[in-house]
Design a protein around this ligand. Structure first.
Ligand SMILES: Nc1ncnc2c1ncn2[C@@H]1O[C@H](COP(=O)(O)OP(=O)(O)OP(=O)(O)O)[C@@H](O)[C@H]1O
Ligand SMILES: [Mg+2]
Length: 147
């Protein structure tokens, strides 16, 4: 378990290890949890979410970054709503895609490029920050905010 307000640091040395970290997080999630990922291009956000999805009983080859739709919906043991806000031009676009409704839905919402929606994210969330250390190594920082 992760204590509220604290940050857990995981060092990943391969995509498989990053997926494993995602699976580990999935085991602790409950309906309506919000997970927000940030980190540069190629950090491993989608990779982490693939692990989460597998942990929630979703077929891993279903997991791809939603490009034009901004959101993909997966159904496993729980629903998983996968947003990628990379192409978001203005946070107001969130309302056009039903962001508010998704947050109220039964299921888990996970967001790539959450920093594009700064100020529009509920305070109660799990933040995942991924840093690129080198070619194969990533630093994954998991923080439980306000829950
Ligand atoms: N330890 C690692 N964990 C995750 N990915 C790694 C690791 N080492 C190397 N990689 C590579 O980094 C890339 C991560 O890609 P991924 O699509 O998950 O990143 P992303 O953060 O979602 O990028 P984008 O911002 O473009 O959506 C993959 O090509 C993967 O093989
Ligand atoms: Mg991605």
């Amino acid at each position: 378990m992760i204590a509220k307000g604290t940050t857990v640091e995981v060092i990943s040395r391969s995509p498989a290890e990053t997926e494993k970290a995602g699976r580990g997080l999935a085991a602790m999630l409950r309906e309506r949890d919000l997970v927000v990922l940030s980190g540069p291009l190629g950090a491993g956000k989608t990779c982490f979410i693939r692990g989460m999805a597998v942990g929630l009983g979703v077929n891993d080859d279903e997991v791809k970054s939603p490009s034009f739709t901004l959101v993909n919906e997966y159904h496993g043991d729980k629903w998983l709503y996968h947003f990628d806000l990379y192409r978001l031009k203005d946070p107001s676009e969130l309302y056009q895609i039903g962001w508010d409704e998704y947050l109220l839905m039964e299921g888990i919402v996970v967001v790539e490029w959450g920093e594009r929606a700064e100020g529009y994210l509920p305070n109660k969330r799990i933040d995942i920050q991924i840093e690129i250390v080198d070619d194969q190594t990533r630093k994954i920082l998991i923080t439980l905010l306000n829950s």
